[in-house]
Design a protein around this ligand. Sequence first.
Ligand code: FAD
Length: 147
Amino acid sequence: MSTETYRLVYYSRNLTTDDGETFAAEVKDILETSRANNERDGITGALMFNAGCFAQVLEGPLDVVEVAFERIQQDDRHSDVSLLAMEPIAERSFPNWAMGFVGLSDLDAARFADVAVASDFDPSRFSGDKLHSILRDLAVEEERAAA
Ligand code: FAD
């Protein structure tokens, strides 16, 4: 069995409600399940929501990342799940995050402004490397702000 660590990057269209309070509850539900499953499976990563899209990085052993991604693709809370990257990596970018959620704070919005397209975030314009860098930079900023 391979012990290599892999990174998977995808984006998708949000199908949960636009209503702020309900959306927050839906994201909370997704994150609780994700963190419990990912801790069990040795997966780390980050999830971002912006302008109707999710973008997510998953990192971990190939077999468990593939199984998690199968579940995620079947989830009807989003659609048009588009895989951007799946590749071996030397080290994890989110070693402390069973599943971080970034992109909603004012700090993130400011950090994100230079990569977002005017008023609409369109992740299909980004490569897997670019989306991974965006999430990693947001995570580093959040960790600094929390310290
Ligand atoms: P279950 O016991 O089947 O369900 C756990 C909870 O999720 C329950 O509250 C249930 O009501 C709710 N739920 C499950 N499926 C749906 C659905 N289709 N519609 C509405 N509610 C539902 N899972 C991970 O394990 N790791 C991740 O990193 C991860 N990231 C995700 C990112 C996004 C953007 C989305 C939308 C989902 C993500 N998920 C992730 C969730 C994943 O799609 C599955 O729902 C989850 O893995 C099922 O796990 P389970 O069988 O242990 O949970």
